[in-house]
Write a protein that binds this ligand. Structure first.
Ligand code: NAD
Length: 286
């Protein structure tokens, strides 16, 4: 496989395109918003320059890597892809429509992967005529730094598709872990209840956000406390994933903390709005 199409050039899409191009793939990076493509190219260039400064890639690599990334707004660019990685907005309607279109556009042999954090791979696959070739490739943010790719098998995903994607992830220098398609997969099924419980601790006055994060950092060797992590992910995203877990698994242990719901209603979404459990001044924690 040598041709990848990455659909969605936001936070995740630019990192995924960068990774594939750096490992020699020709990449079509598609976004419906032209502004997102310009921003993605600038981000990829900046990240490549940083890699040169750190000595992790040679000085002539950025030009070569960037030359392998072709940007555009048309999904037709996926017409010669061996592998499509969809990283568009986390909205079921957007993803269902994209997979119906990609199924028509991509070669019959192509694997269609989605980077969704919480939408059912099985439901996405059912929108196509090739559900055995649809799979989850859940990259972590920031893509260049994080080692894990959670590889999620939908109900119909074939062994051949799974092993091909596992092998591709390894060739990209990441570590794949195979999981099955249940709400939240493994990553968010385990992470979000911890974040939610930390928020209940704030709401009930058990301790301050700083104290809770310090307990988890120094006591449990977590590199980041759960509340700082929630601010980083976005409190709206955390709430949406908890709602998926609650609905999909039907167990009240996944009930989102009312304080989380209230903060989202107040538009205190974490880093992206400058205010969450902490206040941020030009991206820095105060
Ligand atoms: P983002 O909002 O930064 O980027 C999404 C991009 O998709 C935008 O540029 C938007 O213009 C584009 N888009 C929307 N509809 C489109 C369409 N029909 N065709 C082409 N482009 C379209 O989002 P993100 O944070 O990069 O997340 C992308 C996906 O990755 C989501 O499914 C999300 O759940 C998942 N994810 C995000 C993170 C994270 O930490 N941000 C981590 C893991 C997985």
């Amino acid at each position: 496989m040598t041709h990848a199409a990455v659909v969605g050039a936001g936070t995740m899409g630019n990192g995924i395109a960068h990774l594939f191009a750096q490992h020699g793939w020709e990449v079509a990076l598609v976004d419906s918003a032209p502004g997102a493509l310009d921003k993605a190219t600038t981000t990829i260039r900046g990240n490549l320059e940083r890699q040169v400064k750190k000595g992790s890639i040679p000085a002539d690599a950025p030009g070569q890597v960037l030359a392998r990334v072709k940007t555009g707004t048309s999904l037709d660019q996926a017409g010669d892809a061996d592998l499509v990685v969809e990283a568009a907005s986390e909205n079921p309607a957007v993803k269902f429509t994209l997979f119906e279109q990609l199924d028509r556009i991509a070669p019959a042999s192509a694997i269609l992967a989605t980077n969704t954090s919480s939408i059912s791979i099985t439901e996405i696959a059912a929108r196509t005529r090739r559900p055995e070739q649809v799979i989850g490739m859940h990259f972590m943010n920031p893509v260049p730094v994080m080692q894990l790719v959670e590889v999620i098998r939908g109900h119909a995903t074939s062994d051949a598709t799974t092993s091909s994607v596992m092998e591709t992830v390894r060739a990209l220098g990441k570590v794949p872990v195979e999981v099955h398609d249940y709400p939240g997969f493994v990553s968010n099924r385990v992470l979000m209840p911890m974040i939610n419980e930390a928020i209940f601790c704030v709401m009930e006055g058990v301790a301050t956000p700083e104290a809770i994060d310090t307990v988890m950092k120094l006591g449990m060797a977590h590199p980041m406390g759960p509340l700082a992590l929630a601010d980083f992910i976005g409190l709206d995203v955390c709430l949406a994933i908890l709602d998926v877990l609650h609905r999909g698994l039907g167990d009240d242990k996944y009930r989102a903390c009312p304080l989380l719901r209230r903060m989202v209603a107040a538009n205190q979404l974490g880093r992206k709005t400058g205010r969450g459990f902490y206040s941020y001044d030009s991206g820095k924690r105060e």
